[in-house]
Design a protein around this ligand. Structure first.
Ligand code: GTP
Ligand code: MG
Length: 199
């Protein structure tokens, strides 16, 4: 995919800072440290656009990236703060939850979500909770199992079955494997994203 432009428009710590510009938005969500920011950098072919870190809990704001693909109308990828990070105070966790909920509930421009899980672990309790909640919003969801470079072919086939069983009751658009390190899965993910934008 040719990405003509990708820029961070706003890093929002509260709902009042969400961009006013009316463009389709695709949320990128997942556990803390699962690889959300790395996935965006690889997908957009921009090394350091989204800040990544081996320290969990790095992304604490909602980061709105305005993306323009070759000759297409622009849209936003919204990199959300990760959930499920144990070393965060109850109060802070609560404020994150409220911020993220207000984003999902208020954003009339939301076109879909990319929900990311770790392909070594499969969907964990928090992931399934988020997926079930997204299903209640009737939002199209692309499920991405990232860090696929850490799996052998056999482990990947086993995980593929395990994921299919865990999410069989959920209305997911696609389930695909991805690696930010090798770029595998990028073409499939772009196909799924551009299909979402066409709907
Ligand atoms: P928070 O913003 O803290 O919620 O984290 P995040 O979900 O944005 O994760 P981030 O992209 O910062 O990556 C976390 C760690 O996982 C980093 O050390 C990355 O190098 C590593 N990582 C991310 N994607 C991959 C991948 O596809 N393969 C491998 N092997 N490591 C990855
Ligand atoms: Mg991040």
């Amino acid at each position: 995919m040719r990405v003509s432009a990708a820029e961070l428009v706003v890093s929002a710590a509260q709902a009042a800072q969400f961009p006013k510009e009316s463009l389709p938005q695709i949320a990128v969500c997942g556990r803390s440290n699962v690889g959300k920011s790395s996935l965006l950098n690889t997908l957009l072919q921009r090394k350091n656009l989204a800040r990544t870190s081996s320290t969990p809990g790095k992304t604490r704001q909602l980061n709105f990236y305005r993306i323009t693909l070759d000759r297409a109308a622009p849209f936003f990828f919204v990199d959300l703060p990760g959930y499920g990070y144990a070393k965060v105070s109850q109060a802070e966790r609560e404020s994150w939850r409220r911020l993220i909920e207000s984003f999902f509930e208020k954003s009339s421009q939301l076109t879909g979500a990319i929900s990311i899980i770790d392909s070594r672990h499969g969907p964990m309790a928090h992931d399934l909770e988020l997926l079930a909640w997204l299903a209640t919003l009737a939002l199209p969801v692309i499920l991405v199992a990232t860090k696929a470079d850490k799996l052998s072919n056999k482990a990947r086939a086993d995980m593929s079955r395990k994921i299919a069983a865990a999410v069989s009751n959920l209305p997911l658009k696609n389930v695909l494997f991805f690696s930010a390190h090798t770029g595998s899965g990028s073409n499939e993910l772009w196909k799924a994203v551009t299909d979402l934008l066409k709907e």
